[in-house]
Write a protein that binds this ligand. Structure first.
Ligand SMILES: *[C@@H]1O[C@H](CO)[C@@H](O)[C@H](O)[C@H]1NC(C)=O
Ligand SMILES: *[C@@H]1O[C@H](CO)[C@@H](O)[C@H](O)[C@H]1NC(C)=O
Length: 384
């Protein structure tokens, strides 16, 4: 399951120092409690190596922060993965595959839940004025969408099926749409997430139940897309969705696997083989920051509706508690020191909720209209 990710605002210190979190007076106790909460988020990466949640593991568990700034200079977004050596993967431009890569919040590498953070300047990207810090923070998950759509070879006029409407599913929706894919159908178990997907531009959404048979789901997706998808992007890791993706995809098409589920997942590989489906995995991302910044600057994609909550650093516990309970979509922890806060205040929670409610209402109306049109369109196509 892909769970919401915490993104963080912080400062980069200017002196030369080893990469990673820089000690400050910030309470170790807070780190410890956050680490315990983070442990549930991603066992593989977070806490396997934590020995008894000792001091070292605390920072390890703080989720990768995505953007940072120096107090009086450039506004930047940081890419958390930095190769340590110029290995063969770096030479061919796929540095995310480098086995020795530094990656924030992946033990033993520090996470960024701190006020000061040292990072390789080559992996810090200047933000143009029209891209806000919060948008800069969203480049990390947006990058997953860019990388997945590139790997899937998504392009103009293709039918795309997205399984899962969490942050990663929605990011893939935004990217596939901006790459010209159409129609795009999003599948999820939860109606509110589907409403959000609809809101963010899905042509159609399909609700899945825990016990829906993958073949049946695939056929539903085909109906919604008026044809089999050329590319299916799996963002949940659930066997049921992996199976649906394989059953649904048009012969010769591509299935992209993003979700991390069972190690030994059960999937109809014979179906995939005899249809010449390409099953492609993704591991994080590479070379995505410049693209993402341009996408945000051009306003072609809007990631703001995905930010549902904001917390200051000293309320980080509450942020993790919220995520643990499954609340919110994208939660921001602002690590700026209170006295250095920008005057420009972010929207209050109430304002956000109100705006989201309005958007949802609009979307539901649009959705009904589009479903009606889609039905008519499918009817006509079938009758031809
Ligand atoms: C995409 O899939 C449709 C079937 O839904 C197929 O007719 C079309 O040729 C495919 N396009 C590409 C580029 O493979
Ligand atoms: C996966 O399958 C292999 C081979 O059957 C087995 O050795 C391994 O323990 C399994 N892994 C898990 C996590 O079940």
């Amino acid at each position: 399951m892909v769970t919401p990710v915490i993104v963080i605002l912080l400062y980069v210190v200017q002196e030369v120092m080893p990469q990673g979190a820089v000690e400050d007076t910030f309470s170790r106790d807070l780190w410890l409690r956050c680490a315990l909460l983070a442990a549930r988020k991603d066992r593989r990466f977070c806490c396997q190596k934590a020995n008894g949640f000792g001091a070292r593991s605390l920072r390890d568990c703080a989720q990768a922060g995505a953007w940072s700034t120096t107090p009086e200079s450039d506004r930047i977004s940081i890419e958390p993965g930095v190769p340590r050596e110029n290995c063969e993967f770096c030479k061919i431009g796929r540095y995310n595959l480098s086995p020795t890569i530094f990656f924030s919040a992946t033990p033993p590498d520090d996470g960024t839940l701190c006020r000061y953070y040292a990072h390789n300047a080559n992996y810090c990207f200047k933000l143009p004025e029209c891209v806000s810090f919060e948008e800069g923070a969203m480049i990390e998950p947006l990058s997953v969408g860019i990388h997945a759509c590139r790997r899937g070879g998504v392009h103009m006029g293709q039918r795309v099926l997205i399984l899962g409407a969490g942050t990663i599913g929605l990011m893939n929706l935004l990217v596939a749409k901006s790459m010209g894919a159409d129609p795009i159908v999003v599948v999820d178990l939860v109606q509110e997430r589907l409403d959000m997907a609809k809101c963010m531009g899905a042509s159609c959404v399909c609700k899945m139940e825990k016990n829906t048979c993958p073949r049946e789901m695939a056929s539903k997706a085909k109906t919604a897309l008026c044809g089999m998808p050329n590319v299916s992007i799996e963002c949940t890791g659930a066997d049921q969705c992996v199976q649906t993706a394989i059953h649904a995809t048009n012969p010769g098409g591509v299935v992209v696997l993003i979700g991390l589920g069972n190690t030994n997942t059960s999937a109809p590989l014979l179906t995939a083989a005899t249809r010449e489906l390409d099953i492609r995995g993704i591991f994080r991302y590479c070379n995505t920051w410049p693209t993402a910044i341009n996408m945000l600057a051009s306003k072609k994609v809007d990631v703001n509706p995905m930010i549902t909550h904001r917390f200051p650093l000293d309320q980080a516990i509450e942020a993790f508690e919220l995520v643990k309970k499954g609340g919110g979509l994208k939660v921001i922890i602002n690590c700026e020191e209170p006295e250095k806060k920008e005057h420009k205040q972010s929207k209050s929670l109430e304002e956000c909720q109100k705006q989201c409610q309005q958007l949802l209402q609009q979307c539901q109306q649009q959705c009904q209209q589009m479903q009606k049109e889609q039905k008519e369109h499918c009817g006509r196509t079938a009758g031809r």
